[in-house]
Design a binder for this molecule. Structure first.
Ligand code: SF4
Length: 363
């Protein structure tokens, strides 16, 4: 199969767009790509190297695995280690270090930890194992929530009462508010994550663009999409405009996927959530509504809390807030590598540190 990203026509168009970026840029601008998937594509194709020196790409907090709090990971580790529990998760979470261990180490000690590709797989496991409690670790941005909501409704309808979800989903717009309100903010514009907008649309970004006078461009994941998103953003900045524009119309509409949004609203409601390395962001997470709360793993299991602390070497919080790059971390590539990660951004497929390590920015 041809890789659309690297067809001669796509390369030609990407080069032409980057040339236009170079032509119109007159001032320094900091543009944050929100999604870690975009960070990986930028690093893989070296787009950051092809931009004029006035343009700095800042890597955002859009790695849900990376921002899952130590407290939630500790809850997951404790539940996964309980007898008669099957703990299920997307594969990315298994190697994410908690305060002192990860889900892999719980599995190595006999915990029944399984990788699933969909929360519905976890419901199936629950039906097949009625004597066990089956828990799904609900990590992700808005993109994963409709499937989790559907799995809860399915379990409810079919009385799969031994299924529950550890809710850890986070929302993009509150994180954008937090970044823009921070005294250390240096973001002039955002590339919004196309897959999140495919679900949520982009209406909810319009008040953010107006309030902070900050351009936002819905952007995809291929080099051509990213180059186009950067061009649309720089045009706005240079023309002193701050609108929300759609650079990914083949998948995104202003209204988004309304049936998926209804599904989310039916099962979840916004709650305050702690972001790893960033802190508490009001109304930035999703918790189960009261009529579905019996599927909430946090109320089903007795979890003991102890004092939790990060590795003192890890500056993931600064990386996730966009105030430092992975190569600013003294542990990058030395004490911290994908084989021996000190922080989540080095393990996740969407982590900025993993992107720098994988694509040519190794010390
Ligand atoms: S390189 Fe490792 S230690 Fe440094 S910020 Fe990234 S995850 Fe943390």
């Amino acid at each position: 199969m041809t890789n659309r990203a690297t067809t001669p026509e796509a390369v030609r168009q990407t080069r032409a767009i980057l040339e236009e970026v170079r032509r119109i840029t007159t001032k320094p601008w900091n543009i944050m790509e929100i999604c870690g998937g975009q960070t990986h594509a930028i690093m893989e194709y070296g787009l950051d190297q092809l931009l004029p020196e006035e343009i700095t790409l800042i890597h955002g907090p859009g790695c849900p695995v990376c921002v899952t709090s130590l407290e939630l990971i500790e809850q997951a580790l404790q539940i996964a280690g309980m007898p008669d529990v099957i703990f299920t998760s997307f594969g990315d979470m298994l190697r994410v270090p908690g305060a002192s261990r990860d889900l892999f180490s719980v599995r190595a000690r006999g915990g029944d930890v399984r990788v699933v590709y969909s929360p519905m797989d976890a419901v199936k496991i629950a039906r097949e194992n009625p004597e066990k409690q089956v828990v799904f670790f609900g990590v992700g941005f808005e993109t994963t929530v409709p499937a989790i909501a559907a799995s809860i409704l399915h379990a409810e309808k079919n009385q799969v009462d031994n299924f529950s979800v550890l809710p850890a989903n986070v929302l993009v717009p509150p994180a954008m508010h937090a970044i823009l309100q921070s005294p250390e903010n240096r973001v002039n514009a955002f590339l919004a994550a196309g897959h999140v907008c495919a679900i949520m649309g982009y209406q909810e970004y319009e008040p953010i663009a107006r309030r902070y006078k900050t351009p936002i461009v819905v952007t995809g994941f291929e080099p051509l999409d990213l180059a186009l998103g950067i061009l649309m953003t720089v045009r706005q900045l240079e023309e002193d405009r701050y609108a929300v524009e759609n650079g990914y119309p083949r998948y995104v509409t202003r209204e988004g996927n309304q049936p998926a949004q209804l599904l989310i609203k039916q099962v979840f409601e916004p709650v305050d959530r702690q972001w790893r390395g960033i802190g508490m962001i009001p109304q930035s997470g999703l918790g189960l509504r009261s009529d579905h709360r019996k599927f909430d793993a946090t109320t089903r299991f007795d979890i003991q809390f102890t004092e939790l602390s990060e590795s003192p070497l890890c500056i993931a919080g600064s990386v996730l807030r966009g105030v430092a790059k992975p190569i600013d971390c003294p542990a990058f590539g030395i004490q911290c590598t994908p084989a021996h990660p000190l922080g989540a951004p080095m393990v996740s497929g969407e982590g900025a540190c993993a992107a720098y390590y994988r694509y040519h920015k190794v010390r």
